[in-house]
Design a protein around this ligand. Structure first.
Ligand code: ATP
Ligand code: MG
Length: 809
């Protein structure tokens, strides 16, 4: 028998994954069998071996259990010859050889294991359709919850015994969605509840680690839409040989892409797309491209390219590669010519209006009219080719000619009505300059670039559902690998606007400070406001991913941020409207040093020392002259108050006022002879130049919702009329305690490892690449704050990230 080292090396050469190898090495019997299987047929083995063969040999070793199986090389060779292709075939072959030993023959083995019997995808499809038809009532009643049962039953259909079982699920999915429509509440209730758990639950300190990690394993990636996605290699192909090459390229790794159009800043909705694509890949040890979808040169700008990458990084992701659709313009052009040569595309001179009409749009703009093929649809291939080259060479002006796909006008799906593949544009492109006069459309580009990049899961939002058919049609028409497009529900935030045009209006008309104004929901704005990236990820994880659109109120997003911050930032005393207090009954040099934890109840956050002095500040709201106000528990002439962490109360003595009658100072007594529990404790900040206190804040910007209503765009006089005039309140006199300097220096605060946030969703920000917003703290009683980018070394500007409690508006 070979040594473990030799075997490990051999397994590696075969292409087995590390985890698989470990698993094999652990089991002596399997190891011994694998070893003898490899030596039985050493001359026939090539390195590396393709995946199916690897897995089947491994399975054969498992079945053999270390026993001697006479004539087993018959099976091994059938695997290596590509005769045995599935576990089921292998099972039958194994049973046969084991039972017949010396008498086993290759011919009989082939017979019992269905070698050579090919069940086409069309046959599978028609069997599945039959099954669904026959069980329609039950399926309609139990809907998607019935899926596992359907899968199990389909596997027992005799006609499908030798079909590739990997092809069942995608077909069933497709048929079910035809019958039942997209999944909705009826299908996801149970799952959503579960998926909320990991993010929402706070970990109890005594919970065992095992349990905790188990819970953390459940996430948006393991449940719901993403949990149900196919495995690499399981997406159906019209031409299965293309899958072989694809699998060689991707090496069993998930490949996704995030494909923004560089025509604007990303918004909160895009963060879901980023997490779905980058996160799903990362979760599965795969890779994700950042692909700028730059086929519309007229709207692209350099700032958008930069900002998009920055936001992806900010959310904690690193693209596998950064690509541009325009990288592939040459290949795409070549494929367009091929499509013409296959008689599946033609140059069309119809005007936009004529094209609309031919697609059945009636004079009054309503759809459903008769669809009439363009007069150019049947022009000879040679002529289209010539015309297409004329388009390329600048012979036509925009609108005079387009290249259209020759699809199926009789299909009920508008995405099959001869989509435009190329159009003439007189625009210079940020990357290809003036090289091209024609540009490919989204419909032509997206699926082909996905194919070039060997995308295993092309995840997009549900408005592309109908495009799935044209996507697959085009890949098949060009005989290229066909990635699987799958559609999930968008994330919308209510009570704000996300459209580029509307935000541009807010910016241009100075309603806000710019595209990154903290009241907006662009990612730049959310970042500037101080929301940690981890809070966004946790929030999206809590929502889970389904095929339904998720509409979320701003308030719900904020409460999720609040929860995240509660676990992750230190606390400080900050006073928005300070008023000076002087203790009459202590000496001028009176000092009392107290130690205050940065987060009560959690030692890991550490603490700071603060010196209590004769003069200090409190918030003017913490004092009332109205002795009769029974609801007011803080300082009143007839009511002492406690100061946080200070052993004795202070009680009112007298007031100083300026000439306008405004209170300028309050004199108090330090009640150090009496121990009495006060009604409440308030914040204080020393006034002491010796202790560099207080630190003055130039502006504290407190934000409220930018709009009054849940749906600003529905305002009868336009969304601008829905703006809340008090959406930004600026405090000019606010102060903070000296420990702010330490928070400034040490931010982002090293996050407590044992907080309740799953690691996968907790982004550690790098101070080198992030901005001032990483300086965050909870101002006791006031809210969560972050340093704004308008700050400088000698002036502090703060943004309120969120209030401490949900406002009751
Ligand atoms: P918008 O029109 O809101 O700017 P878009 O769809 O034009 O959005 P793209 O740059 O094309 O923006 O989007 C890149 C990716 O982000 C696409 O895959 C798109 O489906 C996805 N995406 C866009 N908006 C949302 C959203 N609200 N929720 C989830 N995914 C989104
Ligand atoms: Mg778009």
């Amino acid at each position: 028998m070979s040594s473990t080292e030799e075997l490990t090396e051999k397994f590696n050469k075969l292409g087995l994954e590390e985890v698989k190898i470990k698993e094999i090495l652990k089991n002596k019997k399997v190891l011994a069998s694998f070893d003898s299987i490899l030596s039985e047929s050493s001359s026939k083995i090539t390195f590396p071996l393709d995946k199916t063969k690897r897995l089947l040999l491994h399975q054969l070793a498992i079945l053999s259990k270390g026993e001697t199986i006479v004539n087993r090389q018959l099976i091994t060779e059938s695997i290596l010859n590509d005769d045995l292709k599935s576990n089921q075939q292998l099972d039958e072959a194994f049973k046969y050889v084991k039972a017949n030993g010396d008498n086993a023959t290759k011919a009989k083995l082939d017979e019992v294991s269905g070698v050579g019997i090919i069940v086409t995808e069309d046959q599978v499809k028609s069997q599945i359709q039959n099954y669904i038809q026959n069980n329609k009532n039950e399926i309609e009643e139990k809907r998607y919850q019935y899926l596992p049962k359907i899968l199990a039953n389909v596997r027992t259909i005799p006609e499908l015994k030798w079909a590739n079982p990997g092809s069942f699920k995608p077909i069933i999915d497709e048929e079910l969605s035809k019958l039942l429509g997209p999944k909705d509440e009826r299908d996801v209730i149970k799952k959503e509840k579960k998926s909320k758990k990991p993010a929402a639950s706070t970990t109890k300190p005594n919970k065992s680690d095992d349990k905790k990690s188990q819970e953390n394993q459940r996430s948006m990636f393991t449940e719901g839409f993403l949990g149900d996605l196919h495995k690499v290699g399981e997406n159906p192909q019209k031409y299965p040989e293309l899958m072989v090459e694809h699998l060689k390229q991707v090496k069993n790794q998930v490949h996704t892409r995030f494909p923004p159009e560089p025509n604007g800043f990303l918004h909160i909705g895009h963060s879901k797309a980023i997490l779905v694509n980058f996160g799903f890949a990362k979760h599965n040890n795969g890779v994700c491209y950042l692909r700028y979808d730059d086929t519309n040169p007229e709207a692209e700008e350099d700032v958008y390219f930069k900002s998009i990458l920055k936001m992806v990084n900010w959310l904690g992701f690193e693209p596998f590669k950064i690509t541009y659709s325009s990288d592939y313009f040459d290949e795409l052009y070549q494929l367009a010519e091929n499509l013409i040569k296959n008689d599946l595309a033609y140059v069309c001179h119809d005007t936009a209006e004529e094209i609309k009409r031919s697609r059945g749009i009636k004079e009054d703009g309503t759809p459903g009219g008769e669809r009439i093929p363009s007069k150019d649809r049947n022009r000879p291939i040679e002529e289209s080719l010539k015309e297409f080259r004329k388009m390329r060479d600048g012979f036509y002006k925009p609108g005079e000619a387009t290249l259209r796909m020759k699809q199926d006008l009789s299909s009920p799906n508008p995405q099959m009505w001869d989509l435009i593949a190329y159009r003439v544009l007189n625009a210079s492109h940020p990357r290809t300059g003036d090289k091209w006069k024609i540009y490919p459309t989204y419909d032509f580009t997206h699926c082909l670039v996905d194919s070039f990049e060997n995308i295993t899961h092309s995840l997009c939002t549900t408005e592309f559902y109908l495009s799935r058919e044209s996507y697959e049609w085009l890949c098949d028409a060009l005989h290229v690998y066909r990635p699987a497009q799958r559609e999930y529900g968008r994330l919308n935030i209510t009570g704000t606007v996300l459209s580029k045009r509307k935000i541009a209006k807010l910016v241009n008309e100075n309603y806000v400070r710019g595209w990154d104004d903290p009241r907006l929901f662009t990612l730049e704005a959310i970042k500037r406001r101080g929301v940690p990236p981890g809070a966004i990820l946790t929030f999206i994880n809590t929502l889970g991913v389904t095929t339904s659109t998720t509409n979320i109120q701003v308030g719900r997003f904020e409460s999720s941020i609040r929860k995240f911050l509660e676990d992750t930032v230190p606390r400080l005393m900050l006073i928005l409207n300070p008023i000076e207090i002087e203790i009459d009954n202590v000496d001028d040099d009176f000092e009392l040093e107290v130690e205050i934890p940065y987060k009560p109840g959690n030692d890991k956050f550490g603490s700071r020392k603060l010196t209590f002095t004769k003069n200090f500040y409190i918030d003017s709201n913490d004092f009332s002259e109205d002795d009769l106000d029974k609801e007011f528990f803080r300082l009143k002439p007839n009511q002492p108050v406690g100061l946080l962490k200070i052993p004795y109360n202070v009680s009112f003595k007298s007031l100083e006022r300026d000439s306008n009658g405004k209170i300028t100072k309050i004199h108090v007594n330090y009640d150090n002879e009496i121990v009495k529990k006060p009604k409440t404790y308030i914040q204080w900040i020393p006034k002491s130049s010796k202790h560099n206190s207080p630190i003055k804040i130039k502006e504290t910007r407190v934000y409220n919702q930018l709009f009054n209503s849940e749906n600003p765009s529905a305002h009868p006089e336009g969304f601008l009329k829905d703006i809340n005039p008090d959406s930004e309140e600026i405090f000019h006199n606010s102060i903070v305690e000296p420990a702010f300097k330490q928070v400034l220096k040490e931010s982002p605060w090293s996050i407590d490892e044992e907080n309740s946030i799953p690691k996968e969703f907790n982004v550690i920000e790098d101070p080198k690449t992030s901005g001032p917003e990483i300086v965050r703290f909870q101002a006791l009683r006031v809210g969560y704050f972050a340093l704004d980018k308008d700050s400088s070394d000698d002036s502090i500007i703060l943004n309120r990230i969120v209030s401490l409690k949900e406002s009751t508006k």
